[in-house]
Design a protein around this ligand. Structure first.
Ligand code: SF4
Ligand code: SF4
Length: 119
């Protein structure tokens, strides 16, 4: 439901939590989930972000990156994905066993494919 549609019922959806499936690009999420199925298990606890090496030196935030993937927000994802150092520390703390390093690598792969019109 879009914001305009929800207004008809006398309420609005908080914009920061809105996922507009009509305008979002799901190709990247589908590509990443196919390459790394454990991505589905992420429940956004933020454990990976708390321990992230890159996050200590930059504004990189893996949980936020996962949200961009789910929402199909490609532009911020493009910037975010460059900051990961692929050190793998986040893998050690994820309570759901998400292969976070593979998720970042798959996201970078997907962005490259998008730029080459291969996705
Ligand atoms: S630690 Fe795992 S479950 Fe938690 S936000 Fe990171 S990837 Fe998702
Ligand atoms: S692999 Fe990337 S996301 Fe994970 S801890 Fe290292 S820098 Fe952070």
């Amino acid at each position: 439901m879009s914001i305009a549609q929800s207004n008809k019922f006398g309420f609005t959806i908080n914009r920061s939590r809105l996922i507009d499936y009509d305008s979002s690009d799901r190709k990247v999420r589908e590509f990443i989930t196919l390459k790394e199925p454990s991505f589905r298990l992420c429940f956004a606890c933020g454990g990976c972000t708390a321990t992230c090496t890159a996050g200590q030196h930059t504004s990189f935030n893996l949980r936020r990156m996962n949200t961009y993937i789910r929402r199909g927000e490609i532009e911020p994802l493009r910037e975010e994905v460059k900051r990961c150092m692929l050190c793998g520390k986040c893998l050690l703390v994820c309570p759901r066993g998400v292969n976070t390093r593979n998720v970042v690598a798959a996201a970078a792969d997907a962005i490259g494919k998008l730029e080459r019109n291969e996705l």
